[in-house]
Write a protein that binds this ligand. Structure first.
Ligand SMILES: Cc1cc2nc3c(=O)[nH]c(=O)nc-3n(C[C@H](O)[C@H](O)[C@H](O)COP(=O)(O)OP(=O)(O)OC[C@H]3O[C@@H](n4cnc5c(N)ncnc54)[C@H](O)[C@@H]3O)c2cc1C
Length: 414
């Protein structure tokens, strides 16, 4: 089968790209191994709500139209939103079609799937940035008596045996699931590495509103000194809930969660924690305060001080004077380890030499170093908001412009 462009993945990124291609009448197909919104349907926990407010659920030609713009969609609502988007423009999705290989073929690509083969001039990789949990190699030294679980298969506390849980990672996922598990009566110890603290509400408004207003979310990859680092920073410690609560480390401490440093090693059944916990917390507080400074400056310059609550700062993160540097994982205190240590993409099916030595795809803001190949949906692809539902649309539009130019003018333009 032949087409002009093949899009891999029918999440929001692939659909946004499809919408842009359709608006330019570029013939294309979306190949999806599962169903539309597959990741939201199969890899998220039951209680998860978007951490982005409903007004941020915007895609090219489509947006949240409900009566609660400041609320947060739950998973069924999010799935319905993405499905509704696909239906709104009759996206050409082939579901149940797994791409097993992409290779060079003439001036285009051969896309092999379990349902046949496609030849196309262009390929758009929209297969997701969070295909697999990132588990550190030290996991191999865990005592066999412990259960382990990752966020993509975690659904709710009932899945876990009663007993203590070591949650490794304190970003959005680790803090949210850690809170839920602790509330379920399973005492949680949280290993805290680098993390980004942010209040849900500041001066009476959602932090995301401020970040948009002050221009933070629209910063582009060209403005950032070390974009590889920026693409790897952890997610904000944020959660969506009706009470708009902040889930930071102080809140977890108040609930009874014990904080320890980054998990640095496991030897003879004993977990070893880095002594950097106080420093990492101080650094995170500092960065949060810098963000709030920037917001306050913007509010003053924009004459918005009178319309909003006055500037204020939050209590510094409280850390035990001497948090434990080691804990015996065989003492019976722990039953389960949850790896909330991030996710990574899976491009094991991409047989085109576009990888750097760390296995990342070489690209310039999504324009891959292979003519006619594009990448979309990864953190900070072109903008700080790139990995959010709200950010992918502008990226898709930029990449579609480039792709149309490439089709018109050939490979010398790339
Ligand atoms: C826990 C979690 C919470 C998040 N919360 C928010 C939030 O609150 N707000 C927000 O804006 N963003 C949030 N995000 C970020 C982002 O919106 C999601 O990760 C979103 O799913 C990304 O969309 P995508 O289209 O890039 O990738 P995906 O939704 O992962 O879509 C990729 C698609 O490609 C398919 N695919 C992969 N490999 C193949 C193959 N070989 N062949 C065929 N198909 C394939 C997959 O089945 C999948 O359907 C969250 C992410 C996570 C992990």
């Amino acid at each position: 089968m032949k087409t002009t462009a093949v899009v891999i993945g029918a999440g929001q990124a692939g659909l946004a790209m499809s919408h842009c291609l359709a608006s330019r009448s570029i013939d294309h197909v979306i190949l999806e191994r599962g169903e539309v919104a597959h990741s939201w349907k199969t890899e998220r926990w039951d209680s998860l709500r978007l951490l982005t407010p409903n007004w941020m659920s915007r895609l090219p030609g489509y947006r949240y139209e409900g009566d609660d713009p400041d609320g947060f969609l739950d998973m069924p609502e999010t799935i319905r939103f993405i499905e509704g988007y696909a239906e709104s423009f009759s996206a050409p999705v082939r579901t149940g079609t797994t791409v097993t290989s992409i290779s060079n073929a003439g001036d285009g690509y051969r896309v092999t799937t379990d349902q046949g083969e496609w030849l196309s001039r262009a390929v758009i990789l929209a297969s997701g940035a969070c295909n697999m949990p990132r588990i550190p190699p030290l996991a191999e030294a865990l005592p066999e008596s412990l259960d382990t679980i990752t966020p993509d298969v975690y659904r709710n506390p009932d899945q876990l045996e009663p007993g203590g849980v070591l949650v490794v990672g304190a970003s959005a996922t680790g803090t949210q699931i850690g809170e839920e598990l602790h509330r379920s009566g399973r005492p949680v110890t949280l290993c805290v590495g680098e993390h980004i603290r942010a209040p849900r509400v500041y001066r009476g408004r959602d932090i995301q509103w401020w970040m948009y207003a002050a221009g933070v979310m629209d910063e582009t990859y060209l403005e950032i000194d070390d974009i590889n680092r920026a693409r790897g920073v952890p997610s904000l410690q944020l959660a969506g809930s009706d009470d708009r609560r902040t889930i930071d480390l102080n809140r977890l401490t108040d609930l009874g969660v014990r904080l320890v440093g980054r998990l640095a090693g496991i030897r003879d059944g004993k977990a070893q924690f880095s002594g950097s916990l106080p420093n990492l917390c101080a650094l995170s507080d500092l960065k949060m305060n810098r963000l709030l400074d920037r917001i306050d400056e913007w509010a003053t310059e924009s004459g918005l001080d009178d319309e909003n609550e006055p500037p204020h700062r939050f209590e510094s993160t409280r850390v035990e004077a001497s948090p434990p540097l080691g804990l015996d994982l065989r003492s019976g205190e722990f039953r389960t380890v949850l790896w909330a240590t991030g996710f990574r993409p899976d491009y094991s099916w991409l047989d085109v030499p576009v990888f750097d030595r760390k296995g990342r795809i070489r690209h310039d803001g999504g324009i891959v170093e292979a003519p006619g190949m594009y990448l979309i949906g990864i953190p900070f692809l072109r903008r700080r908001k790139s990995s959010f539902i709200d950010g992918v649309g502008e990226d898709a539009s930029d990449l579609c412009d480039h792709l149309a130019d490439y089709l018109d003018n050939g490979s010398k333009r790339v």
